[in-house]
Design a protein around this ligand. Structure first.
Ligand SMILES: *Cc1c(COP(=O)(O)O)cnc(C)c1O
Length: 360
């Protein structure tokens, strides 16, 4: 078997230990003579998996009983629409901070449902910086404030939860969830598609303050109503059982690593190593303002963009895969989520130095 070093932005690399455990368990899971994919989601054994996964998420992130933890479908994109439908009434205003592609998409969906407004827009900096807090135009009566702590494509990260007064804070943490400790109590809602930093695609984690479960308008269909999902243990209909199981193995792995404090320190070192190498060279450039550089997604460009193709080709020959930047921005992007070991980033940095040496 040979594994590459996978810098994919999503679906992204998973810990090898997790994949090996899943492989070992697939034909005969817990002496059942069946795989976990072949049993009812209402069986005792699967319910135990589901409950353990929730308990582990609560433990890892320090989530109090004031919050409901839901395992849903539809990705982060579905939540872009469900959040305004559930957390606001017709006529309400929703405040949106625009820092790149994903926060814009969330804004567009909110606007399709309610009066969503732009609090501030990073467009002037071509989304390489977060608009200064003093420039934000907040609406005091807004139903909630939505932002994207980590813009996966632009590599822009807001490292501390913004202070927005009494307005509930809603965060799309798809590409930063569990990358370090966060103070969950500062948030009304945290949500994330699983396929970046948690597990396989198909599962979406939604952490919601319980009092907000009751604000949905009466005419919302059951399946679109967070309260119904919360009351039904995220099993209103058949959940993505395999993705849930595998995410559960990732939560166990995170605990074995020492939890989010240890993971956060590791992620900080990885980011410092890569940005350090970029900043020390005039051959590579990261366009993002230093205060909001992402720990998870590191885009960079070459001084000679005509070498992008050669860079990617030679990187692949070294087993450094999926480094092509997003089609909307080009260049190179290294996604270095939890499952990326420090040696993987070191291998990339070594390759970059060698490529620079032979091309200058
Ligand atoms: C990937 C991503 C999304 C889209 O997630 P889906 O699960 O495909 O809907 C939304 N927001 C952020 C920040 C992302 O990284």
């Amino acid at each position: 078997m040979s594994r590459v070093t996978n810098f994919s932005a999503g679906p992204a690399a998973l810990p090898l230990e997790v994949l090996e455990q899943a492989r070992a368990e697939i034909p005969d899971w817990q002496d059942s003579g069946m795989s976990v994919m072949e049993v009812s989601h209402r069986s005792k054994a699967f319910i135990a998996i589901a409950e353990t996964a929730e308990a582990d998420v609560r433990e890892l992130m320090g989530i109090s009983d004031n919050y409901s933890v839901m395992f849903l479908q539809g990705g982060a994109t579905m939540q872009f629409a469900l959040l305004p439908m559930n957390l606001s009434q017709p006529g309400d205003t929703i405040d949106c901070l625009l820092t790149g592609t994903w926060s814009k998409k969330a804004f567009m969906e909110a606007r399709a449902v309610r009066n969503a407004r732009i609090v501030a827009d990073g467009e002037n900096s071509a989304y390489t910086d977060v608009p200064a807090r003093e420039s934000w135009q907040l609406e005091s009566g807004a139903a909630y404030f939505h932002y994207t702590p980590n813009e996966t494509i632009g590599g822009v990260e807001i490292h501390q939860p913004p202070v927005v007064g009494d307005v509930p804070l809603v965060a799309d943490m798809s590409s930063t969830i569990m990358s370090r400790p966060v103070d969950v109590d500062k948030f009304a809602v945290i949500y994330a598609g699983a396929q970046k930093n948690i597990g396989p695609a198909g599962l979406t984690l939604v952490i919601m303050r319980r009092d907000l479960l009751d604000c949905a308008p009466a005419d919302l269909p059951n399946i679109m109503r967070y309260k119904s999902h919360a009351d039904g243990g995220s099993m209103l209909n058949t959940p993505p059982t395999f993705a849930w199981y595998l995410s559960g193995l990732v939560f166990k792995w995170l605990k074995e690593q020492g939890g989010l404090t240890v993971i956060g320190e590791r992620n900080r070192r990885k980011a410092e190593l890569l940005y350090g190498a970029i900043d020390a060279s005039s051959f590579y450039t990261n366009p993002v303002a230093e205060s909001c550089r992402s720990w998870m997604n590191v885009p960079f460009t070459l001084a000679r963009p005509e070498l992008d193709g050669e860079f990617l080709k030679l990187a692949e020959q070294e087993g450094l895969m999926n480094l092509k930047g997003h089609r909307s921005v080009g260049g190179i992007r290294a996604s270095i989520y939890n499952a990326m070991p420090e040696q993987g980033v070191q291998a990339l940095v070594d390759f970059m130095a060698e490529f620079e040496r032979t091309n200058t």
